[in-house]
Design a binder for this molecule. Structure first.
Ligand code: NAI
Length: 329
């Protein structure tokens, strides 16, 4: 048997985790022959609910599931973790300002960053899903002393998948025909889904979809506001599609990207495309043959795209400035 990979999931009794854990345990994320240890973190009031999820995981009798550890102790949760999926986050409540949300979650991600540094495996990689995910990842990264910054990611894959699905529907093709879709910036309503470099059936999107007004207008706003549309329709925020995007992100980071394509995830900026170094910003990313990742260089950015990228990067700077006291190094 292969050595199990340890995956820690926080917010493990929440709605995203209720989809995500079963996908991980079934082998969708790390492959059909890769045994998994699951370590599940929740806050004490949710431990009973988590016990129920653990019972269901056991009842599913997954051949790949080697061990399950439910806990409310971050060090126990991150012990030996190869992958940390930080899904748990405190939701915004009525009357709460964005700044209050950044502060409350900031404290959670300080503690989790420190616990990851103390307890996780040397090769740990961290994907933050809980919102505001870019800034939560920034805080965790700054507080995980000794863990290289290239191990921290924030999820924008759901936005990429939403953009691909919109483009496929408009062009009347299957979603697999749509490639090279980059989400730039923040996972928020300012994000920029870049159609200018995207392709359908190997051709530029702008050659296949002639409706430029739609591309520059409804396409972008539909992707930016899809989360709100789902809450309105379902009465709850997107969960199964978010879990699926988390699975896609880890799979993309763990396997070499097909030649010529890329995927979206927020990483620590190295200054590429003039985006301030150190921000956790979504870029077009490729996973290399040696298992590392790189920002795709040299994509043409027209005036329209640059304006959109500037707006979302400015929002990231504002969020970063609101939490400077929580950034240690
Ligand atoms: P949920 O409210 O159903 O579950 C969150 C869980 O986190 C709860 O069970 C809660 O007890 C737990 N939690 C809170 N603080 C914690 C802590 N300090 N340690 C461990 N667990 C903790 O929320 P849901 O629907 O599962 O969403 C989770 C997060 O994912 C939210 O912040 C949501 O906004 C975000 N999200 C992000 C997306 C993305 O594309 N990046 C897409 C969809 C949701």
């Amino acid at each position: 048997m292969k050595t199990p990979i340890t995956v820690t999931v926080t917010g493990a009794a929440g709605q995203i985790a209720y989809s995500l854990l079963f996908r991980i345990a079934s082998g969708s994320m790390l492959g059909p022959d890769q045994p998994i240890n699951l370590r599940l973190l929740e806050i004490p009031p949710a431990m009973n609910a988590l016990e129920g999820v653990v019972m269901e995981l056991r009842d599913a009798a997954f051949p790949l599931l080697n061990e399950i550890v439910p806990t409310s102790d971050p060090d126990e949760a991150f012990a030996g973790a190869n992958w940390c999926l930080l899904v748990g986050s405190v939701p915004r409540k009525a009357g709460m300002e964005r700044k209050d949300l950044l502060d409350i979650n900031g404290k959670v991600f300080i503690g989790q960053g420190q616990a990851i540094a103390r307890s996780a495996a040397k090769d740990v990689r961290v994907l933050v899903v809980g919102n505001p995910c870019n800034t939560n990842a920034l805080i965790a990264m700054h507080n995980a002393s000794g863990v290289p910054s290239d191990r921290f990611f924030a999820m924008t894959r759901l936005d990429e998948n939403r953009a691909k699905s919109q483009l496929a529907e408009k062009a009347g093709v299957h979603v697999t025909e749509v490639t090279n879709v980059a989400i730039w910036g923040n996972h928020s309503s300012t994000q920029y889904p870049d159609f200018t470099n995207a392709k359908i059936g190997g051709k530029p999107v702008t050659e296949v979809i002639k409706d430029t007004e739609w591309l520059k207008g409804d396409f972008i706003t539909t992707v930016q506001q899809r989360g709100a549309a789902i809450i309105k329709a379902r009465g709850a925020s997107s969960a199964a599609s978010a879990a699926s995007a988390a699975v896609d992100t880890v799979r993309s980071l763990a396997t070499q990207t097909p030649e010529g394509d890329w995927y979206s995830v927020a990483v620590c900026s190295d200054g590429s495309y003039g985006i301030e170094k150190g921000l956790i910003c979504s870029f077009p990313i490729r996973t290399t043959k040696d298992g590392g990742w790189e920002i795709v260089q040299g994509l043409p950015i027209d005036v329209f795209s640059q304006e959109k990228i500037d707006v979302t990067v400015n929002e990231l700077k504002e969020e970063r400035d609101a939490v400077t006291s929580l950034l240690q190094h």
